[in-house]
Write a protein that binds this ligand. Structure first.
Ligand code: SF4
Ligand code: SF4
Length: 383
C-alpha cells in the first residue's frame, strides 16, 4: 500500500461523491473554528480539504476518521465545500484498500456483523424482535397505520430496549395501529455509509426497501435520527418514497390531536439536547421541545449550545463504533453543560446520544446528580 493515495483516484472518488466542491475552499479556517474537535484536541478540516485538493491526503491518518459528520462546518462554510461528502469520499478509498488506523479497526468487525446478522452489535438476527416480548406487539401487515422501526440499538442494547418498550407502551395507549418487522428488519445503513462502505450501505438499503415493498409499508415511524435521515434523504436514491416520521414528531402530533393524554405531572428541571441528525441535518427542533412543554410541572431550560449550535455527542459518522480516549469525548462536555444549568435530566431522542451520555455519566464521580432520558421515557411516565 502506498503511503500517499493516488491523486487521480482521490479526485475521481471525490468527484463521484459530491463534485469537486473541495476545490472551492479558500482556506478561511471557519470550519476549524466551529468544529467540536477543537474543544478537546487539535484537528483541522481545513487542512484535510487542502490536502485533498492536491491529492496529498494520507489515508492512514486517523484524522480522516475523526469527523462525526455533525454538520456544523458545512453550515458555516462560505464556499459550500461540502466537507462531509469530501471526508466520506476519502474514507471510501481507505475502506477499499482496507487501511484502518487503530481507532477505526472495530469497523471491520462491525461490517462482518452487518453482513451476517443485519446489525452492528454482533447479535443474532432472529432475536431482533425480542425487545417486544410480553407487550403484545403485532407483526406489521399491509393496511396498518404505521410500521414501527426501532433500529439496531433499540432492538438489542439493554439500555435502549427500555426506550423501545416505552415507545410501544405509548403507541398502544394512543390506540395507534402499528406493527414491527422483527427479524425482517435490517440496519438502515446510515453510519456504515459514513465510514466509507458504500457497497454495504447499498446492500442493507436494498434489502430494507424490498422488505418494505413486499410488506406493503407506506409510513415508517423511527426512534433514531440516523434511520430518519437515511430513509428520508438517502433511500430516495433508489427511486422510492416512504413517509418517514421521527418519534418526537409523532408524539407531538398524537398529543395535539388528542390521541394521547398527559395525566400526570413531572416536577423536574430538564434540558433538551438536539441530536445532529434530527436538528442540523433535518431541521427538527420544535417538536421535541413542544412535547416537553406540554408536560405539567416540567421545567425546560436550554443549554449554552442549543438548536442549530447544538454540541455533537460524538457518535455520528461511525464514531459510535470507534474508541475515543477520555478527555476527547464531546459527551463529557455536554454533561458539564447540562449540569451547569442545574438540570436534573438530560433529555434527547437518539440512541447514539443516549449511549454516549450514559457512558459519560457513569464515568463521573457524581453520576447520581443527573439522569439521561429519551423523550419517550418521560412521556411513558406521564400518560
Ligand atoms: S470553511 Fe470552507 S472555505 Fe473556509 S477553510 Fe473550511 S472548507 Fe475552506
Ligand atoms: S462536520 Fe462537524 S465534526 Fe466534521 S469537521 Fe465539520 S464541524 Fe468537525
Amino acid at each position: 500500500m502506498e503511503t500517499v493515495a493516488d491523486f487521480k483516484e482521490i479526485v475521481d472518488v471525490i468527484k463521484a461523491s459530491g463534485g469537486e466542491a473541495f476545490k472551492r475552499c479558500f482556506q478561511c479556517g471557519l470550519c476549524d473554528t466551529v468544529c467540536p474537535w477543537n474543544r478537546v484536541t487539535t484537528f483541522s478540516m481545513r487542512k484535510i480539504v487542502r490536502q485533498a485538493t492536491f491529492g496529498l491526503t494520507e489515508i492512514e491518518s486517523e484524522d480522516i476518521w475523526r469527523c462525526t459528520t455533525c454538520g456544523r462546518c458545512p453550515q458555516h462554510c462560505p464556499r459550500d465545500v461540502q466537507q462531509i461528502e469530501s471526508g466520506v469520499a476519502l474514507r471510501r478509498i481507505a475502506t477499499e484498500y482496507g487501511v484502518f488506523p487503530p481507532a477505526a479497526k472495530p469497523i471491520k468487525t462491525i461490517s462482518a456483523s452487518l453482513v451476517a446478522e443485519g446489525n452492528p452489535l454482533n447479535e443474532e438476527r432472529k432475536k431482533r424482535g425480542d425487545w417486544a416480548e410480553g407487550l403484545s406487539v403485532k407483526t406489521f401487515t399491509e393496511g396498518m397505520e404505521i410500521l414501527y422501526f426501532p433500529g439496531c440499538y433499540l432492538s438489542y442494547d439493554p439500555r435502549m430496549k427500555k426506550v423501545a418498550r416505552a415507545t410501544a407502551k405509548i403507541l398502544k395507549q394512543a390506540g395507534v395501529d402499528f406493527g414491527i418487522l422483527g427479524p425482517k428488519e435490517n440496519c438502515c445503513g446510515e453510519s456504515i455509509r459514513k465510514t466509507g462502505d458504500e457497497e454495504l450501505f447499498k446492500r442493507l438499503a436494498r434489502e430494507n426497501i424490498k422488505t418494505f415493498i413486499d410488506n406493503g409499508v407506506k409510513k415508517i415511524l423511527v426512534s433514531s435520527p440516523h434511520c430518519y435521515h437515511t430513509f428520508k434523504n438517502e433511500y430516495s436514491e433508489f427511486m422510492v418514497d416512504f413517509e418517514v416520521v421521527h418519534i418526537s414528531q409523532f408524539l407531538f402530533e398524537l398529543i395535539n390531536e388528542g390521541r394521547l393524554e398527559i395525566t400526570k405531572e413531572y416536577g423536574k428541571k430538564v434540558t433538551y439536547h438536539d441530536p445532529c441528525y434530527l436538528g442540523r441535518h433535518n431541521g427538527i427542533y420544535d417538536e421535541p421541545r413542544g412535547v416537553l412543554e406540554k408536560i405539567p410541572g416540567l421545567e425546560l431550560e436550554e443549554m449554552v449550545d442549543s438548536r442549530v449550535d447544538s454540541l455533537c455527542c460524538g457518535g455520528g459518522g461511525g464514531r459510535i463504533w470507534m474508541e475515543t480516549p477520555k478527555g476527547e469525548r464531546f459527551s463529557d462536555l455536554r454533561l458539564d453543560q447540562a449540569m451547569e444549568i442545574g438540570a436534573e435530566e438530560l433529555v434527547t431522542c437518539c440512541p447514539y446520544c443516549i449511549t454516549n451520555f450514559e457512558d459519560s455519566r457513569l464515568n463521573r464521580d457524581n453520576a447520581e446528580a443527573i439522569e439521561v432520558k429519551d423523550i419517550t421515557e418521560i412521556v411513558a411516565e406521564v400518560i
